[in-house]
Design a binder for this molecule. Structure first.
Ligand code: ATP
Ligand code: MG
Length: 418
């Protein structure tokens, strides 16, 4: 076959039925759990002023390398959203809802990354954010929401990693300690990490490069440098998770990819996926982001889960499969008239899933299509039926075909179909 003139760009793909249906079902599960927990849906725009996203952190990969930004016809600097948190905070500053403001979202995000399985340039996220409260119970509730969501999908092999990044004031002392420590091990660090060290030592901890792992494993931990208040908030989260019987692993060197995190940070890793793409979700507190966007000094906490990777994890664990839904009825017509058209619409308006054949195909071809549709019942309109105002009802699994008048048809079908 000749190569098509156009193909979906690298890192993008068409999600077709039944996979698209499965994705919708996943979002539906998330929506249900989020709304039970008191989160309302926000649908923010997919693009924003570039400045909204550069606040995420000048030294993060998302901003330096991955952002899709461009100038529009009005000369505005625009970026496609690489994540939702900054947009949600921008919306909070713009409309000033009563805090704590709890919102959930679902939709695509865009990052210019090296495309591979589980890493796309357009991918979907679901997530939730709570803005305007310092209460660590919110952190725990958010984690519990994500855990509940994974449980409902049937995922069992997901590890929750938890850490605290302390407050901004705790940072300088810790950064000094990191600089001193990594400074002693410069030779062993990868070249990229040496560069990162100069920009933001904290981000060296996020290096996934194999050679760096050993050095990172012995690096100072933030917990030893944080204020009593931040430490108490962290304890409260740990105690909350324990009280809820949520299993977790304390990961004292977990920093995550964004600069804006403070206090609680967490990540969900699927053990069923390859290490490079095993992060199925993550989040934490971002107590300075709202202020950075020109708003009040209000705190926030939230998480985002990768829909595509979560579905890959479901595949790997063999849970939450795509459901191929069969038709309820299949209309077969060998007349020239509009009977098939009208009957099909009538049956659909009764709430059944109804398919039919097109292009005036032969009876045999139509019956074949009826078989393929999975419909348990075929409805046949030939010239006789059209003239008599009847329909032949044929159970596809075998059994007698009966002729039914149009006026009795709906009741007859209600009796036949489950
Ligand atoms: P990674 O370390 O794998 O690059 P990340 O830290 O950049 O992930 P976040 O910014 O925390 O990811 O986004 C939340 C979730 O969104 C991730 O846990 C992941 O499941 C998903 N995600 C992030 N980037 C991509 C991508 N390019 N393609 C598919 N899913 C992604
Ligand atoms: Mg990333």
């Amino acid at each position: 076959m000749a190569r098509p003139l156009f193909q979906a760009l690298p890192g993008t793909r068409d999600i077709l039925a039944p996979d698209s249906q499965r994705m919708r079902a996943l979002v539906e599960v998330f929506a249900e759990e989020a709304e039970r927990a008191g989160f309302g849906q926000i649908v923010p725009p997919m693009f924003e002023d570039l400045g909204v996203f550069t606040r995420i952190g000048e030294s993060t990969d998302i901003v330096t390398k991955e952002l899709y930004d461009f100038e529009d016809n009005g000369g505005r600097r625009i970026a496609l959203r690489p994540e939702f948190t900054a947009s949600v905070c921008r919306a909070y500053v713009q409309s000033r809802p009563v805090p704590p403001w709890k919102s959930w979202y679902a939709g695509p995000a865009f990052r210019q990354e090296r495309a591979q399985k589980g890493r796309y340039r357009q991918f979907d996220q679901v997530g939730a954010e709570a803005i305007g409260s310092h209460d660590p119970d919110l952190d725990t509730e958010l984690i519990a929401l994500a855990v509940r969501f994974y449980q409902r999908l049937g995922l069992t092999d997901v590890t929750l990693l938890v850490n605290t990044l302390g407050d901004k004031a705790d940072r300088p002392g810790y950064l000094d300690a990191l600089r001193a420590y990594f400074g002693q091990h410069l030779d062993a660090l990868s070249e990229q990490s040496r560069t990162t060290l100069e920009i933001n030592p904290l981000r060296v901890l996020d290096s996934k490069r194999p050679g760096d792992a050993e050095i990172i494993a012995a690096a100072p931990v933030l917990l030893d440098y944080i204020s009593d208040e931040a430490a108490a908030a962290y304890r409260r989260v740990i105690d909350g998770l324990t009280a809820l019987s949520i299993q977790f692993v304390e990961a004292p060197r977990l920093v995550r990819g964004l600069d804006y995190y403070t206090r609680t940070t967490f990540e969900f890793a699927s053990n069923a996926l390859e290490a490079a793409q095993n992060a199925v979700g993550g989040g934490g507190r971002y107590d300075g982001l709202v202020a950075d966007l020109g708003g009040p000094d209000d705190p926030g906490v939230g998480f985002a889960l990768g829909v595509d990777r979560t579905l890959l994890a479901c595949d790997a664990e063999n849970v939450f499969g795509a459901v191929e839904t069969a038709a309820d009825l299949f209309v077969v017509a060998t007349t020239e008239g509009t009977e098939a058209l009208a009957l099909t619409q009538q049956l659909r308006s009764e709430g059944w899933r109804v398919e039919r054949a097109y292009d005036g195909r032969s009876m045999k071809a139509q019956m074949k299509a009826a078989n393929k549709s999975g419909a348990p019942v075929a409805l046949i309109i030939g010239d006789t039926e059209a003239a008599d105002g009847t329909v032949s009802v044929r159970p596809m699994a075998g059994g007698d075909q009966v002729v039914v008048s149009r006026s009795d048809l709906i009741q007859q079908l209600k009796d036949m179909l489950p």
